[in-house]
Design a protein around this ligand. Structure first.
Ligand code: ADP
Ligand code: MG
Ligand code: ZN
Length: 196
């Protein structure tokens, strides 16, 4: 006998900055809104770059969103009646998000997570890679390389900083293709490059 599957599943929208992840998330949750399916959208509290209770794309599309401080707070904020859960900037959540999202899908929720799959040094940016492992649907977005117009797969930091995240600083990053990505630009302390 087959066990009847639930209606829940996980969708991940990943890629570098400027690749249209937030736009795509907004498009999908807006469709659910139009269909009158109960939707809740969340974003990490630390990300208040544009607006407090909204997800806003670089192209100024927007949707209402609840800022939460970590995956447990997100879980507690979900109403029983909610069927679709959108999460933007998933890379800024703790690793607890992976099991929480998995369990939400198992209980019939549709969970859509947008986030960076790699950081500015091209390292895996958890928990997005682990969420891809648990997802039925993974969409990898590409930006336009700021240098050459090619397929922009990486996020290039163009200002010097020792922090993993330089928040509120769209001007601090560019999308770059494989050929134009340059780990020595600007000199990155993590790589021990001394600017010679
Ligand atoms: P993400 O959430 O992936 O950072 P957004 O959805 O916020 O991206 O923004 C995507 C929009 O950014 C595009 O539709 C376009 O208007 C704009 N944009 C700016 N720079 C670029 C670029 N280099 N490549 C693609 N889109 C860009
Ligand atoms: Mg975004
Ligand atoms: Zn390029």
């Amino acid at each position: 006998m087959f066990r009847r599957s639930t209606d829940g599943w996980v969708e991940v929208i990943c890629g570098p900055m400027f690749s249209g992840k937030s736009e795509e998330l907004i498009r999908r949750v807006t469709r659910s809104n139009i269909a009158r399916i109960p939707v809740q959208v969340f974003k990490p509290q630390l990300d208040n770059r544009y607006a407090d209770a909204e997800v806003v794309s670089h192209s100024s599309l927007r949707v209402e969103a609840t800022p939460v401080n970590g995956s447990l707070e997100l879980l507690k904020a979900i109403a029983d009646t909610t069927e679709v859960i959108g999460i933007d900037e998933g890379q800024f959540f703790d690793d607890g998000l992976v099991d929480i999202v998995d369990n939400l899908a198992a209980t019939g929720k549709q969970v859509i997570i947008a986030g960076l799959d790699t950081d500015y040094l091209r390292r895996p940016f958890e928990p997005i890679p682990s969420l891809c492992d648990r997802a039925e649907y993974v969409t990898k977005m590409l930006a336009v390389c700021h240098r050459c117009g090619g397929p922009g797969m990486y996020t290039q930091r163009i200002v010097r900083s020792e922090d993993l995240v330089v928040l509120g600083a769209v001007d601090s990053y560019e999308a770059r293709c494989r050929m134009c990505y340059d780990p020595t630009e600007p000199e990155q302390p993590e790589l021990g490059w001394d600017g010679e």
